[in-house]
Ligand binder design. Structure first.
Ligand code: SAM
Ligand code: SF4
Length: 327
């Protein structure tokens, strides 16, 4: 079957799959009141549904899977989900985005199950700042978990920090100290406006361009991007083992290289993080015999994918906050 492609010539080897909506953190830009849940909501995809979903996507070219949430490590069967992804032919990269709270206890099992890449969200290296942003005083154990992960041979370990005016925009010196001898890439992500966070966005959104100017002045140099690179602009410096990536969703051309699709924890396809379109895939995940129908549904949905998001116009689409779809 042909690879997934849209009207603009983009192909989609990358799937970001949310496996759970719940989260144990209260990040002020995402779930400031914590996960409130709702008893009547449909159950998250089962392990069997996930395995069928991945086999269907693999048939139309899936090469890279990112498991996200909510907080994906809250799923007890995460090692089995990872192992079932590793068993699907064609998926070369299995990445996890996590807040890191289970790393010190579970990262070894995830690695053994077949996890290849790890992204951990660390919004500040200062313990009190971290607590203020996430609602939890758990930075030391997350950093311990990261140290453990470093010895496990991951393809890459990346840290994510959302840039927040007045909350963590003084952390660059602490990050420099960390990156001097930690061979990780920290990605500074511009805060995105979602359905729930308009007032917060107005207070705390910070353009990444000022940070990039400072990096250049300090001797950091923009690295050439490999063809399959994600949306980050990456900077390196000879005196540092680590790198700094900038993800600026409001910059022009952010969508031009889009190669990713998303599926929510209940199996709804999302063509864009901020889109208004997406169909439930769950009906095709109940029987192995529906694999071709699933692949055909994906092909036809791709015809509806827009050229880019409309965040500039204040259009945040179906996404109330990123915990519902995985960021
Ligand atoms: N709970 C996991 C975590 O925090 O890594 C995975 C889900 S979380 C929604 C995925 C990523 O989205 C995190 O790095 C988080 O910081 C980022 N994120 C959430 N809301 C955001 C927003 N409004 N703007 C930019 N990044 C956001
Ligand atoms: Fe939870 Fe991740 Fe959202 Fe923070 S960013 S509240 S850890 S889902």
């Amino acid at each position: 079957m042909a690879l997934l492609a849209d009207r603009f010539g983009r192909t989609f080897p990358y799937l970001r799959l949310s496996v759970i909506e719940a989260c144990n953190f209260r990040c002020s830009y995402c779930l400031p009141d914590g996960y409130l849940g709702a008893k009547q909501r449909p159950a998250p995809l089962s392990r069997e549904e996930i395995a069928r979903l991945l086999r269907g996507f693999a048939q139309v070219g899936l090469r890279k899977l990112r498991i996200t949430g909510g907080e994906p490590s809250l799923r007890r069967d995460l090692p089995e989900i990872i192992a079932s992804a590793a068993a699907v032919g064609g998926i070369e990269t299995i990445a996890l985005t996590t807040n890191g709270t289970q790393l010190d206890k579970r990262v070894q099992r995830w690695r053994e199950a077949g996890l290849t890449h790890l992204n951990v969200s660390v919004d500040a290296l200062d313990r009190e700042r971290f607590r203020a942003i996430t609602g939890h005083d758990r930075l030391p154990e997350i950093l311990r978990g990261l140290d453990l992960a470093h010895g496990l041979g991951f393809g890459a370990i990346k840290l994510n920090a959302v840039l927040l005016k007045g909350l963590n925009d003084d952390q660059l010196p602490a990050w420099r100290d960390y990156l001097r001898d930690h061979p990780v890439s920290v990605r500074f992500i511009e805060l995105m406006r979602t359905g729930d966070n308009a007032a917060y966005f107005e207070r705390h959104h910070l353009r990444a361009s000022a940070l990039e100017e400072q990096l250049l002045a300090d001797g950091w140099r923009l690295q050439p991007r490999p063809g399959d690179a994600g949306p980050a602009r990456e900077y390196a410096h000879p005196a540092f083992a680590g790198r700094i990536g900038i993800i600026a969703p409001y910059s022009k051309d952010f969508c031009a290289g889009c190669n990713r699709l998303r599926v929510t924890h209940t199996g709804d396809l999302r063509l864009c993080l901020f889109g208004n379109v997406g169909i439930p895939l769950r009906p095709w995940l109940q029987d192995d015999a529906d694999r071709d129908r699933l692949a055909a549904a994906l092909q036809s949905q791709l015809g509806l994918k827009a050229i880019g998001h409309q965040l500039h116009a204040g259009e945040t689409g179906l996404t109330p906050n990123l915990s519902t779809i995985g960021g």
